[in-house]
Design a protein around this ligand. Structure first.
Ligand code: PMP
Length: 315
């Protein structure tokens, strides 16, 4: 899998199979890494890859790395340039997914951090993550979303994704396409790897970050598109589980899932059981905006440029 891919690892561009870590690496044992996920869409017309809000992703990554005290030195602009160089070296002519990972790197036993960390950036060809064209079936699982007082969900902390993995295992065992997690208060939090939105009485609703959700960048895009393009009222507020059953429309958002309509929840039909009108319109707008077809949102996109040499010196 992913043969001949070049990755950015320990300050150099190397082949993926050469980017190896010792088995005692702190992050492997204790989950002490922070990752990101960025999409790049190939434009056949422009023969370019558009990265979607890379500097926002890198700014979030750097901020969240501070929670673990492992912030990578390059600025979001420099990290975007490194990613551009990675894309150039890989000669991708397809949609891609970029996975930055910062991690505590000491190869020794013991929880206490010793200040050593490193980071890698991997980019691979990537298509549809969650097939959702006609809508998916989601289910509320028995695992609760992690509390900010245990492991903060606003950061993509490696160890926190055990929560998402357990939720996904249960959802799949029950025949659902994706999990919905409630937080400890019983409010709807998010999917295993995506934020959630509801349409109720024409209003677009999503849980606030204080309900233990990732502050999703797709979530921010969707709120902006709904307000600016659809002139909708958008609110971040606590959402009860039962509201999922009475909502007109429900959908997930995320870099990987994009906009995934949910047409069944816990074996109950959502709305009329087909993809809702608001969801359909937002999906279309998001698709157009992220593929460079809406000039008003061109600022979301970044075309990778070859790298100035001073940016990729070993740090
Ligand atoms: N929630 C979780 C738990 C996620 O892992 C993701 C994916 N990054 C999201 C929400 C969506 O965030 P974004 O739109 O920034 O990809």
């Amino acid at each position: 899998m992913h043969e001949n891919v070049i990755v950015y690892f320990q300050g150099s561009y190397v082949r993926l199979e050469d980017a190896k870590l010792p088995v005692l690496t702190h992050a492997l044992h204790y989950g002490t890494g922070v990752f990101e996920g960025i999409r790049g869409y190939w434009s056949e017309r422009e023969k370019e890859i558009y990265l979607v809000r890379p500097e926002d992703h890198y700014a979030r990554w750097k901020a969240n790395c501070r929670i673990l005290g492992i912030e990578p030195a390059p600025s979001p602009a420099e990290l975007t340039a490194i990613t551009g160089e990675l894309i150039r070296r890989n000669r991708f002519e397809t949609d891609i997914y970029v996975r930055p990972l910062a991690y505590m790197s000491s190869p020794r036993i013991g929880v206490r951090p010793d200040g050593k960390s490193s980071f890698a950036i991997v980019a691979v060809p990537f298509g549809v993550y969650l097939p959702s064209e006609g809508g998916i079936h989601a289910g509320v699982v028995s695992w609760r979303r992690l509390e900010d007082t245990a492991i903060p969900c606003r950061a993509k902390i490696c160890g926190a994704y055990v929560n998402s993995v357990l939720a996904t295992m249960e959802a799949h065992a029950h025949g659902y396409d994706e999990a919905i997690l409630l937080n400890e208060d019983g409010h709807v939090a998010e999917g295993a790897t995506c934020n959630i939105f509801l349409v109720r009485n024409g209003q677009l609703l999503t849980p606030p970050p204080s309900d233990n959700v990732l502050e999703g960048i797709t979530r921010a895009c969707v709120m902006e598109l709904a307000r600016r393009q659809l002139k909708m009222d958008v609110a971040e507020r606590g959402i009860d589980r039962s509201e999922l059953y009475v909502a007109e429309e429900v959908f997930f958002t995320g870099t990987a899932v994009e906009i995934a309509p949910i047409v069944r929840i816990d074996h109950r039909q959502v709305g009329n059981g087909s993809v809702g009108r608001v969801t359909e319109r937002l999906r279309h707008l998001y698709h157009q905006a992220t593929r460079g077809m809406m000039p008003a949102y061109a600022h979301w996109l970044s075309i990778p440029r070859p790298l100035a040499p001073q940016v990729w010196v070993r740090r």
